[in-house]
Design a protein around this ligand. Structure first.
Ligand code: ZN
Length: 329
């Protein structure tokens, strides 16, 4: 049983660290990961089976009347243990650069999990030397004087904690990057970072449209899908205005609609531009549909991703046609 208990602590600790790494490396602001516990159920099942076997072998000398009852009792006990570990406050330690004798700031309520060692993570570094490239970051930083910040709230629901985790880029060893992570039971959410992720805009996006395109990506990454759709639609609309000759726009009475602009824009494309390539007219109208839906959910996020890929494809194709050498046949 002791072995099973140790295994539960080990596996849960490993799952938390892996979840934290996934959160910091792959998620954007206000996105979450949930710490899995399925493997813990499996460990309990195996432990209980072994225990039943032992009881069976020991025969009538045990306190239990039968192996089934013994298994049932142990299973309940282990599940209670897991529930306690999941409800307890978690403490973290940085892997390097802790000052001598440093202990994580603890609320003293921890009744199970030993302090967990924060993993190193590979995230983008926007310091001058690294220019937004992904770099390995150690947890902690050179000259760290305090323990890691944790704010634990006692409530009746799942454990509520907010952590501030410092990391330092191994390449430039520059200003530490601090992540703010909220824990709600088994759910970890990225709720802040001291420096924003450097968003690199693809080179085929026209210079004049880079700013709003960048805003669209940031809004999408933070799940403000309506804002993302509006920014990306602005990218398309501004591109229409900059590409279509002013005289043609003025010939339209009143404020031109997106459709009218898109039709004029289509005329500016090279003659041999394939019709099967993604069109900005459709992208404009699909983005309007998201904006008008007023819905910020998985579906609108998914369709934004598709539209963005189409807009990218269009600009990529335009650039390709522009760069195509003229070669007489
Ligand atoms: Zn760096």
């Amino acid at each position: 049983m002791a072995r099973t208990e140790t295994q539960l602590v080990e596996f849960l600790s490993r799952n938390i660290i892996a979840g934290l790494k996934e959160l910091l490396e792959t998620k954007h602001l206000y996105q979450s990961v949930t710490i899995p516990t399925q493997d813990l159920d499996e460990i309990i099942r195996t432990g209980v089976e072994e225990h039943k076997k032992e009881v069976r072998l020991a025969g009538p000398t045990t306190n239990y009347s039968n192996p089934e009852e013994a298994g049932q009792t142990l299973s309940e006990l282990l599940h209670k243990n897991v529930t306690r570990l999941l409800a307890s406050h978690w403490d973290f330690d940085s892997e390097t650069n802790s000052y001598p004798g440093a202990r994580p700031v603890s609320t003293g309520y921890n009744q199970g999990l030993p302090p967990l060692q924060m993993p190193s993570v590979r995230v983008s570094c926007d310091n001058a030397l690294c220019k937004g490239s992904a770099q390995p970051h150690n947890s902690g930083y050179i000259g760290l004087r305090e323990g890691l910040g944790v704010y634990s709230v006692d409530n009746n629901g799942p454990a509520l904690q907010i952590f501030s985790f410092p990391f330092q880029c191994q390449n430039c060893k520059g200003e530490p990057l601090i992540f703010l992570v909220k824990r709600d039971g088994q759910k970890l959410t990225l709720v802040g970072r001291s420096r924003i992720t450097e968003v690199s805009v693809p080179h085929f996006i026209p210079d004049a449209q880079q700013k709003f395109y960048r805003n669209a990506i940031i809004a999408d990454q933070t799940s403000f899908t309506l804002a993302a759709a509006l920014y990306l639609r602005t990218v398309v609309e501004q591109h229409f205005y900059q590409t279509v000759p002013a005289a043609e726009i003025q010939s339209i009475r009143g404020i031109p609609t997106g459709d009218e602009l898109a039709d004029l824009y289509a005329k500016t494309l090279p003659k041999n531009f394939p019709e099967s390539f993604p069109s900005l007219k459709k992208a404009y109208s699909d983005l309007s549909a998201i904006v008008h839906s007023g819905k910020e959910n998985d579906q609108s996020k998914k369709s934004f991703t598709l539209i963005r890929a189409a807009v990218d494809g269009h600009f990529k194709a335009v650039q390709l046609f522009k760069e195509m050498p003229t070669y007489p046949s």
